[in-house]
Design a binder for this molecule. Structure first.
Ligand code: OOG
Ligand code: NI
Length: 466
């Protein structure tokens, strides 16, 4: 009897979660059908489509999002994802990135090794409620909220035990794997336990996100996002299929230069009937909007300086959009990018603005009767090495905040006269009890290792640090 390794647990979990979500949220199934059609079409007509991950990877690729209330819950989540080879990467402070009341800080659990990403890149954006932030919660509400959260159990003990064993032993026997997957998918299903109406509404006055996290007895996947190779086409296609998307695609504009980072768009959460319990003990149903759909297109990972340029272009686009009609934004963004963003991958590589995997070309393809030059520009231009873009595997705080926001019916309240509690990546690492990786470090190490290997293959000394 073999062992089911972490990556197979991850791939099976992503697939089963997707099946579960599809059976409960019909619009998601519509989205998947449109995505599959477009991906097949694009990969047939565009030979370069596979450069940012092969079609098999892209077809299976999903990200999900969950929200939890306490450090203890987050540690449980980390163990469950750890069993699937997913590790916390990045720190996102959505309190600062939103106009509405979004009292959370977040990380993403995902594979970090290139080979693991290629097998299945499933990632889960995971948010933690900031109960100690006085802008949202006064001491009395904080205390009642924390009591409520401390009394609930998101995950059965058996699930946590299986997760710990899987991580310790690098996999599970098939029977335990089956049990683990069943319990894990169930843990992220929308709960049918009646919701305490008064409590939910009290939290919703502060923030719909706080109510979604701390007003109910369970957590749930609130969206699952497939990856599409042409997001502009998908956007139009969803309209044709009768599903209204939010009014823009977030992230970089469509333009004729390299695709970088991440472009996302979503449809608003649909009303679902939920059971509520009133103070007098009676129960009833009322509609809630908590599960939605999103789709994304992924591009090349940017270095710190590439990212600074990106942020700068977004800020310039914002300034130039003031007073303009919302529908003008895409055109304005495209102008800003055309004027200021590098037009080719080569430029991005040589400027040190984006990450690539470098490989020495096969011996019989190398220039004959010549010595390889020492510098990267010469190596690329004379055809000694190939540069394959590294896919951006992470998220964008502003898009994330936009996704949260587009699903709030009410902005909530925030006392801006008070200062917020401070949280950062280090703090989060201590809370989780595991390192929280810096995404730029991960991409940088991957690029560095590939370049060193390529140079060694060509008999060159390791590159001097840039
Ligand atoms: C998470 C929103 C962030 C993304 O794709 O940026 C996100 C949430 O709504 O809980 O998933
Ligand atoms: Ni998302």
């Amino acid at each position: 009897m073999g062992t089911v390794p972490a990556w197979q647990l991850r791939a099976a979990f992503a697939r089963r979660l997707s099946d579960m979500y599809g059976s409960e949220v019909p619009a998601y199934t519509t989205l998947l059908a449109a995505v599959a059609e477009i991906n097949e079409d694009v990969s047939r007509i565009d030979g370069a489509a596979g450069r940012l991950g092969g079609i098999e990877r892209v077809a299976a690729e999903r990200h999900g999002a969950i929200r939890v209330g306490t450090a203890r819950e987050l540690r449980r989540v980390a163990a469950i994802f750890g069993a699937m080879g997913m590790h916390p990467v990045g720190f996102y402070d959505l309190r600062e990135a939103s106009r509405s009341s979004v009292p959370v800080v977040s990380t993403a659990f995902r594979p970090i090794e290139p080979a693991e990403l290629a097998r299945n890149p499933f990632r889960v954006f995971t948010s933690l409620l900031t109960t100690a932030d006085r802008r949202y919660f006064d001491p009395d509400l904080q205390a009642r909220l924390e009591d409520f959260l401390a009394a609930r159990e998101l995950f059965p003990a058996e699930l946590s035990e299986l997760a710990e064993r899987a991580e310790r032993e690098a996999g599970l026997d098939p029977e335990s794997a089956e049990r683990f997957l069943t319990l894990a998918v169930d843990a992220f299903r929308l709960s049918t336990t009646p919701i305490d109406r008064a409590w939910y509404e009290e939290l919703a006055r502060v923030s719909a996100v706080a109510a979604d996290i701390g007003g109910v007895s369970g957590t749930h996947i609130n969206h699952l996002t497939p990856r599409v190779l042409d997001i502009d086409r998908l956007y139009r296609e969803m309209g044709r299929r009768g599903i209204t998307m939010i009014d823009e695609i977030q992230g970089p504009p469509r333009w004729d230069g390299p695709d970088v980072l991440l472009r996302q768009t979503s449809f608003r959460a649909l009303e679902e009937q939920r059971r509520f319990r009133d103070a007098d003990g009676g129960t009833g149903t009322a509609p809630l909007r908590v599960r939605f759909g999103e789709v994304e297109a992924r591009g090349i990972a940017l270095t710190a300086s590439g990212r600074a340029l990106y942020d700068d272009l977004m800020a310039e686009t914002d300034r130039r959009c003031e007073g303009a009609a919302p529908t003008d934004r895409a055109g304005i963004a495209r102008e800003v990018w055309t004027a200021r963003f590098p037009r080719t991958e080569r430029e991005l590589a040589l400027n040190g603005q984006a990450f690539f995997t470098y490989r020495a070309v096969a011996v019989d393809r190398r220039p004959a009767d010549r010595q390889p030059p020492a510098n990267l520009a010469g190596l690329l231009d004379q055809g000694w090495i190939d540069a394959e873009p590294i896919v951006y595997e992470d998220f964008l705080p502003r898009s994330a905040a936009g996704i949260f926001q587009s699903n709030l019916t009410d902005a909530g309240t925030r006392d801006t006269a008070r200062s917020g509690a401070h949280y950062d990546r280090q703090w989060l690492a201590e809370v989780i009890g595991r390192p929280v990786h810096d995404p730029v470090d991960l991409y940088g190490a991957q690029q560095q290792a590939s370049l060193a290997e390529a140079r060694a293959a060509l008999g060159l000394a390791p590159a001097a640090p840039a």
